[in-house]
Design a protein around this ligand. Structure first.
Ligand code: ADP
Ligand code: ADP
Length: 234
């Protein structure tokens, strides 16, 4: 269970401008195993919420609980190990172009200090899971966008996180590839049991894989519920 409790994030204003309240008291309960969507217009606070959830940004106030642990209180080594509990898939893939597919997926495991044999074993099984067998030694530039995002998903899963955060993960892909990548995310959710949080501005993404969702509006939750109640079928 992910519990977001009255999360507030205020940025200092630039050049004498006033403070920017990006999140104004956001509360959410996301049950384990869910595929939860967060939608909202540009500027509504989606990226800020995501960066608080993956512990890249410290909230101004409020709490984020994962499996009962209050992640917002962590620092130092505890913060670094808590970050491994959440894997992020990025819009622009963020792969290292000097590394092969296999070594991109192994990177988080190197940083976590795992030995070479265990890294290889885990990365190889993730390559199978995301459907890239045979591409181990390819470089990102030799892959299509959809294949690069499959590497991004495998890398995000390498440290066996409890939560997979998808940050506009299909916005750079064409519609067919988007559907294939979303179906892979749904399969990962089913087979590994990982909770998925999908940040998107596209209703099509919500319709295809999410079970429930929240709509952000100017830093607050405007609406939350089952997908079928939130959006009418086309
Ligand atoms: P979204 O992802 O929905 O577009 P953001 O979380 O990026 O929304 O932005 C929410 C608000 O916070 C906006 O007004 C934005 O300009 C502001 N904001 C976001 N990041 C920063 C930052 N690092 N410094 C100052 N203001 C920011
Ligand atoms: P330090 O306290 O020396 O900056 P930390 O490892 O505690 O080292 O923090 C590293 C970075 O993570 C800093 O940029 C900090 O702002 C940010 N940070 C610290 N605590 C949290 C937190 N609970 N959630 C998100 N980001 C955090």
């Amino acid at each position: 269970m992910i519990v977001v409790d009255n999360l507030v994030k205020t940025y200092p204003g630039a050049g004498g401008a006033g403070e920017v309240a990006a999140l104004r008291g956001v509360s959410l309960n996301i049950p384990d195993g869910e595929i939860f969507g967060v939608v909202g217009p540009s500027g509504s606070g989606k990226s800020t919420l995501l960066r608080c959830l993956n512990l890249l940004e410290k909230p101004t106030s409020g709490r984020i609980l994962l499996g009962g642990d209050d992640l917002s209180t962590f620092s130092g080594a505890d913060l670094r190990s808590a970050r491994r509990r959440i894997g992020t898939v990025f819009q622009q893939f963020n792969l290292l172009h000097s590394r092969t597919v296999l070594r991109n997926i192994e990177l988080p495991l190197e940083l976590a200090g795992l030995g070479k044999d265990e890294r290889r074993t885990r990365a190889s099984s993730l390559i199978d899971l995301v459907g890239l067998s045979g591409k181990e030694k390819s470089y990102p530039s030799q892959l299509s966008g959809g294949q690069q995002q499959r590497v991004g998903i495998a890398r995000a899963l390498a440290a066996e996180p409890e939560v997979l955060l998808c940050d506009e993960a299909t916005s750079a892909l064409d519609p067919d590839t988007t559907d294939q990548v979303l179906d892979l995310v749904a399969e990962v959710n089913r087979t590994l049991g990982v909770t998925v949080v999908v940040i998107t501005h596209e209703l099509g993404v919500l319709r295809r894989i999410c079970t429930s969702a929240a709509r952000l509006e100017a830093g607050r939750i405007a609406e939350t519920g089952r997908i079928t109640d939130l959006i009418a079928s086309p």
